[in-house]
Design a protein around this ligand. Sequence first.
Ligand code: G6P
Length: 609
Amino acid sequence: MCGIVAGIAQRNVVPILLEGLKRLEYRGYDSAGLAVVSQGEIFRKRELGKVKGLEALIAADPIEGNIGIAHTRWATHGKPSTRNAHPHVSRDKVAVVHNGIIENHDHLRTALQQNGFEFTSETDTEVIVHKIAEDLQTADSLLNAVKATVATLQGAYALGVVFIDCPDTLIACRKGSPLVIGVGIGEYFIASDIAALLPVTQRFIFLEDGDIAELKIDSLVIYDENDHRVERPIVESQLKADSVDKGKYRHYMLKEIYEQAWAVSETLEGRFIDNRLQDNAFGHNAAEVFDQIKSVQILACGTSYHSGLVARYWFEKLARVPCSIEVASEFRYRNPVISPDTLVVTISQSGETADTLAALLEAKRLGVKHSLVICNAPESSLVRESDLVMMTRAGPEIGVASTKAFTTQLVALLMLIIAVGRRFALTKETEEKIVSELFSLPGNIEKVLKLDNAIELLSQRFADKHNALFLGRGTHYPIAMEGALKLKEISYIHAEAYPAGELKHGPLALIDAEMPVVTVAPNNNLLEKLKSNIQEVSARGGQLIVFMDEELAESSDENVQIVKMPSVANIISPIVYTIPLQLLSYHVAVLKGTDVDQPRNLAKSVTVE
Ligand code: G6P
């Protein structure tokens, strides 16, 4: 993972790079560093922890320069430490920032050590900078030295490179890790994500895999993976620099939870004519593709995987569409049997998750003809690699724990179920019901958000707990999984989800007063069975928190705390019941004093395996 930002300009780039790094912290925050080339020297500052530490270091002992590279790290090779922080430097001449993993770093390191290069870190990145320094001994330019170096690298990388003997040149390249060029007036920047550069430009060039770019103040030259000079289009972004502000909220996560009614409306916007979903909402040739497919295979990671799990229930129950789902990192190495007329659906907030991307490429390699991505990041790698696209329009999601991306993914999936399901067994009546329920969602989400204070009170029950169980059945089992994931991600409480029917096959042994049990119990055909499961817990002294339809809600007692949810149709209840679980984990994390938006050891966008 990690975030890269770099620039070449007529002004001092240090404040721009620092601001860019803050906007990239979602990619990792184990350490931060920055280097400039100035007066024939490299000036470098590095600090363990977040960008604010680096900022303080630079404020106390300023550095300035018109060309610089900067990095925020999510540790892979080598623990978080200052010496493992980027930029890495070779012989005081070359400096590099890197996002990705170099798989053959051991082999390269041995060869470079034999040639006299001294390593000062445990990172895979350091081989790159020494290799460039070595290649500079024979290459006639920094560009050609970097070309020679990357030809020896196996793995994934996005790089920013500077060299004291070429203070007018910044080299950028990417393979398997994202990198974008920001085009300013008389200045160029590079970054892992456009968000880093929005304060300085809204014009971007998205480098393609294998591209190497040479950036100078007044020129930009790009070579593709076959070393041909290429022109890449400049894309005007609609995003604004302040679209990633916290506004009145204490944390991004809370802001993003509260944005969900709006995000859902945005995701539905313009995709229906006279209440009928348009196939072309998924791309101009979507109808043709949907006509051909015989089944669906969903691939995703993390929270996005949970939305796919809900969709499997929907696909099969509502429309009799055969649907499988697998965690992308498993699928990619399993050599699965998959038929060419399967629609591979990837789901990803960032569109850059390395495992999901690799799983899609693997499905294509296995002969799958049609792919669709549900994604929140336009121009991301998954969007570019997929035939059909459904953008969730949740806006930038900054909190590492995904919230509005998840609920909008579910909305997008329901639309997909309509579009594909029509070709299978989805009835017109069910289609109309789904559409009307989808449009009722923003109002229902607003109602649930009104439970915030009550949920904040309940969160106190978790403050001294170390474990929690989440129970659900049917479409609400993945919602329980998502609730457990949220709690563990940001409050560091160990939480597990179970399909409530499995309780008696093991987890019941864990039940005591120290194990809160959160249950999502909407009014559906499984409610009576779920109530029996609740009794099983209560009878053993377990402490239950049950989210239940207000029309059925029973009263709370000593062991069972009931939270009354607005009465909603089955079809949308997984989306509605997600919200109190998000709020619960948020408030528990605040009580525990954790770093809600940037929980330890995690990152928002996982662009490494
Ligand atoms: C990371 C994030 C999760 C996210 C997962 C998949 O683990 O912390 O919030 O669900 O990656 O990311 P994607 O961008 O593919 O949805």
